[in-house]
Design a protein around this ligand. Sequence first.
Ligand code: CP3
Length: 392
Amino acid sequence: MVSKYRPSPDQQQDSTFVIPMEEKNRSGGLAWSKVEPESLGPVPKPPILLSDLQQKKKFLRVLAGDREESPPVWIMRQAGRYLPEYRQLRARARSFLEFCYSPALASEAALQPIRRFGFDAAILFSDILTIPDALGRKVHFDEGKGPRLAPLVEEQNWRFDEPTRALQRLAPVYETVERTRAALDPQTALIGFAGGPWTVACYMLQGEGGEKDVARRAAYQRAHEVDVLLVILAETTALHLAQQARMGADCLQIFESWAQGLSTALFTRLVIAPTRHIVARLRALGVSAPVIGFPRAATETQIELYARETGVTALSLDTAAEPASFRNLGLPLQGNLDPQLLVTGGAPLERGVRECLDAFSASPHIFNLGHGITPDASPDNVAHMIRLVRGA
Ligand code: CP3
């Protein structure tokens, strides 16, 4: 049977993969078995033409290539446990996923750091693991232990629900996007996001965070199934991001938090190809929102390949990456203050912010951390960081 995901003739530019679907499983979901990579053309880069309304957002101007007197600023995981008001709000839902699927609570969580700090961008409050959850792989968050899933590697046959049906389960997430957008002022951008397919696959294969040994072994031993899994994730993720953009996200970020420790051959197969599929698919769907790619802790060569081949608009750099090495790519860069400096504060924080501003001064720059803020960080240090970035 030919997949409904085969692009129509007028969408040929996104024809990265074709997914024929085979045998129906007992629960009515679909098992997937074959992937045919098609020839890869360049991913289209839509010109970034900002409307009058979008021009008001410094964050979007920088993504369009402008350099600003002081960079726009937001931080990864800006809504979260370091904020007392978040902890209080979070107590109103039994489980973390229930919290994510409650538009009133989730949109409030996204707005809290905007009210307190006036960041230039809000980020949708959700999680990268809503995708496996929607595909029928139950996700649990054990208090203090992080996410837990039933590891795919322990199963003989891998079955998932069909992507378009899976996305219907994520309707509350799109309502959260809509509510958050409606509550933001015109200067503040809204970022939608998803996990990179490999990062999400790592959690699904391995069943938890931590070492990625089991996931990497599966990429060799069950190569074909892993490739199919990545196609399913890339396709579902593209549709998920497209819907966020339609509901009001101005920009989309792909968190590839587990891009490290891969040979370049594996990085190309597991990270670049699926990411390229997402971006190409978004463009074919008519979504022109800028896409920020975050291939965390990959090597310099790999990050450069990622920037050139996936079609992303901008690169988010982790703390170890040297901005100067990526200047020549001509892309806006985001990053990369050490999150630990928001725990220490004081002179190290002040020096860190100064060095970060200097290091990125040759590129359009979005000020951010190199990874998410930690629960033990101090809100006062965040406020101080923002004052330093804005030169106040
Ligand atoms: O402001 C924001 O950025 C909020 C939205 C957001 C969350 N998770 C909320 C969250 C975003 C963008 C994420 C991304 C995410 N989730 C990533 C990629 C970024 C990264 O940090 O590398 C990953 C790998 C996940 C998976 C995940 N979800 C982990 C590893 C954890 C931590 C578990 C723990 O207990 O420390 C989560 C849970 C999670 N996601 C929390 C929040 C605020 C904390 C749980 C809670 O509040 O109960």
